[in-house]
Design a protein around this ligand. Structure first.
Ligand code: 5MM
Length: 336
C-alpha cells in the first residue's frame, strides 16, 4: 500500500468520517448571520477551536478540512490547528480552491478558481502539516443548464487539482457538487450526477492521476429543493448507488457524501440507507459541514458559556453519522 492509500485508510478507519470545517469567509459569514453571530477573524477562530477541541471527537472523525484562514491560526493553547488535530490522531486537510466565478460570462453557471499559484500554496500547506486537499465544483440544474461545456471545464479543473495535489504527496478530494437548488426531479439529478462524474473520471484518466490516491466527495441524488417531489430514503439510496455504479471506477477506494443543506437528521438517515443498501467496491462515508457543525453553531451563538453543550451536539452528530456509515443508525438513538 502506498502512502496515499495509507492516509485514506487512517481518515476513514473504524467508521470515522470527515468534518468539513472549510467554509470560506463569505459562506461562514452567511452561516453566522443566520444564528446571530458576528463574523470576525476571532469569532471564526473561536468556533473552529470549539469544533476541534470537542472531547472524544477522534472516535468518530478521522479528518478535518480546514480553510486557509484557519490553518494559519492558533488555538488558545498556542498550537496550530494542524498540530492540535495531529496530536489527537485526526488528519488535517485543507480546502485549496478559491471559490467560484461565472462560467463563460453566465451568471447561472459557475467555474471554480484557484489553479493560479496552486503549486506554491500546496508547498506551504505541506509545511503547515496538511495531509489531504479538497476542491469543490458547483453544478446547477436549471433551464438549459448545466451545459456540457460547464461540466467539462469543471471536470478538467478538478483533474488538474488532483494531479497537482498528488504530486506534492496529498490525498486529493475532488468534490463536484450537483446542488439541491431548483425544481428538478430526482431523476434529473441522477442524470446530471452521472454526467458530471463520468466527465470527471474521464478528465482524471487523461491527467493520469492515481485513482487509488483520491477520495471522491459527492452529492446524494435528491430532488430539487423547490420541486415538491416526495421521495423515500430507499429511493434516494437506490438512485445514489445507481449513479455511482454508472460513473465511478472500482479503483477509487472511497466515496464520501456532502450534506448540501439537508436537515442534519435527514442527512444521517439517508447516509445510513445508502451505506446499508450498498454492496459496492468503494468504502462509503461522510464529509459533512452543515449536517455536522450546524446544530453546534446554533447552540453556541458566540457565547463561551454554551461551548460544552455545543460540543456535545457536534459529538452526537459525529457519532450518529459514524453509526450510519456502518448501516447501524436508528432514529431512536437521537434521544440518547
Ligand atoms: C458542499 O459544501 C461542502 C460540504 O458541506 P455541506 O455538508 O454543508 O454540504 C463543504 O465542504 C464546502 O465545500 C465548504 O463549506 C466550502 O464551501 P464555500 O462555499 O465556502 O467555498
Amino acid at each position: 500500500m502506498n502512502e496515499l492509500q495509507e492516509t485514506i485508510k487512517k481518515i476513514l478507519a473504524s467508521g470515522k468520517g470527515i468534518l468539513a470545517a472549510d467554509a470560506s469567509t463569505p459562506t461562514m459569514t452567511k452561516r453566522f448571520e443566520k444564528v446571530g453571530i458576528a463574523s470576525t477573524e476571532e469569532t471564526r477562530r473561536q468556533f473552529r477551536q470549539l469544533l476541534v477541541t470537542t472531547p472524544d471527537l477522534e472516535k468518530y472523525i478521522g479528518g478535518v478540512i480546514l480553510f486557509d484562514e484557519t490553518i494559519r491560526q492558533k488555538l488558545d493553547n498556542g498550537k496550530t490547528f494542524s498540530e492540535h488535530l495531529a496530536g489527537r490522531g485526526i488528519l488535517p486537510g485543507i480546502k485549496v480552491d478559491e471559490g467560484t466565478e461565472p462560467f463563460g460570462g453566465s451568471e447561472n453557471e459557475k467555474i471554480t478558481k484557484g489553479l493560479d499559484g496552486l503549486a506554491g500554496r500546496l508547498g506551504e500547506y505541506v509545511v503547515m502539516g496538511a495531509k489531504f486537499t479538497k476542491w469543490r465544483a458547483v453544478i446547477t440544474i436549471g433551464k438549459g443548464i448545466p451545459t456540457l461545456e460547464c461540466i467539462q471545464a469543471n471536470a478538467d479543473t478538478l483533474a488538474e487539482f488532483v494531479f497537482a495535489s498528488q504530486a506534492k504527496g496529498f490525498v486529493a478530494i475532488p468534490e463536484p457538487e450537483v446542488v439541491m437548488d431548483g425544481n428538478h426531479t430526482i431523476k434529473k439529478c441522477e442524470e446530471i450526477t452521472i454526467e458530471t462524474l463520468q466527465a470527471l473520471f474521464k478528465s482524471l484518466k487523461t491527467q493520469g492521476v492515481d485513482l487509488e490516491g483520491l477520495i471522491l466527495k459527492t452529492n446524494m441524488v435528491l430532488p430539487g429543493k423547490e420541486s415538491g417531489q416526495k421521495v423515500s430514503v430507499q429511493e434516494i439510496a437506490q438512485a445514489t448507488i445507481r449513479a455511482l455504479r454508472n460513473s465511478v471506477p472500482t479503483e477509487v477506494p472511497a466515496i464520501v457524501f456532502l450534506s448540501g443543506g439537508q436537515e442534519a437528521v435527514l442527512a444521517t438517515e439517508r447516509l445510513n440507507e445508502i451505506c446499508k443498501a450498498a454492496d459496492v467496491p468503494w468504502e462509503l462515508g461522510f464529509s459533512f459541514e452543515r449536517a455536522l457543525e450546524g446544530p453546534a453553531m446554533e447552540i453556541w451563538k458566540g457565547k463561551a458559556e454554551n461551548t460544552d453543550v455545543a460540543q456535545a451536539a457536534l459529538l452526537h452528530r459525529a457519532k450518529m453519522n459514524s453509526l450510519a456509515r456502518k448501516g447501524e443508525y436508528k432514529k431512536e438513538l437521537e434521544n440518547e
